[in-house]
Design a protein around this ligand. Structure first.
Ligand SMILES: Cc1cc2nc3c(=O)[nH]c(=O)nc-3n(C[C@H](O)[C@H](O)[C@H](O)COP(=O)(O)O)c2cc1C
Length: 217
């Protein structure tokens, strides 16, 4: 039973671009067959708390003497890790907030990036190795090569580092630039470019959902 884990983190519940695009991914996934299931987690509406203690960064057997974690936080960490491990594919809505990821998404990362459990430390433990993850990153401005903001994106590189380099996941990135064009009067001439970026993102996720979901039936 092919399973998608669908995460959103935008704080915009009405006009979010990343939510619309991840929902499109989910819709295509569902359309591949009744056996294609989706687990949905809204990291904004149902935010996970900040780590209550740094002990949770380590697998229990790697904790120093006296480093203990509250049982309810351990249970939440296990639930979040089990959820991502059991998924066949993951899609993450990752808007740019102050050149980085929303703090709600960062809190989720802090729970699931755990030496000795999800990343190798004293043993070659890497349960997420090779798992496809689609990152949908919406940003108000533009950050591509040759733009004024080139190099200022710390959203996607952070996710590539954690999900790809550390956890070993296969990261696909879908970018949507200029989402603020329709809101900021000075950006009005960029509206057609912004609409084209959204259309391109929708077709990229449709293609990816189809490609990643099809072989799994
Ligand atoms: C708290 C906050 C911080 C933001 N910081 C940036 C930023 O650093 N750079 C940028 O280009 N846009 C920034 N924006 C604009 C968002 O990236 C843009 O509205 C994007 O579409 C948000 O994703 P969403 O449409 O899925 O909510 C920010 C928006 C918010 C709410």
């Amino acid at each position: 039973m092919p399973q998608l884990l669908h995460l959103d983190s935008s704080a915009d519940l009405d006009h979010s671009v990343s939510r619309a695009v991840t929902a499109h991914f989910s819709d295509i996934w569902h359309s591949l067959g009744a056996d294609h299931s989706v687990i949905y987690r809204d990291l904004h509406r149902d935010a996970v708390p900040h780590l209550p203690t740094s002990a949770l960064h380590w697998a229990p057997h790697l904790r120093a003497a006296g480093e203990v974690a509250p049982p309810e936080a351990e249970a939440l960490q296990k639930e979040l890790i089990d959820e991502v491990v059991s998924a066949d594919v993951v899609v993450i809505g990752a808007p740019m907030y102050n050149w980085s990821v929303p703090s709600t998404l960062k809190a989720w990362i802090d729970y699931i990036h755990v030496p000795g459990i999800t990343v190798p430390f004293d043993a070659p433990t890497r349960p997420l190795e090779g798992k496809p993850v689609v990152v949908v990153s919406s940003r108000g401005n533009e950050y591509g090569p040759g733009t004024q903001n080139e190099g200022a994106d710390h959203t996607v590189p952070q996710l590539q580092q954690v999900l790809g380099t550390a956890l070993g996941m296969q990261v696909y990135v879908v970018l949507i630039d200029l989402t603020l064009a329709s809101r900021v009067p000075a950006m009005a001439p960029l509206v057609p470019q912004s609409e084209a970026a959204l259309a391109a993102a929708r077709s990229s996720v449709a293609e990816l959902a189809d490609k990643l979901g099809r072989g799994l039936g």
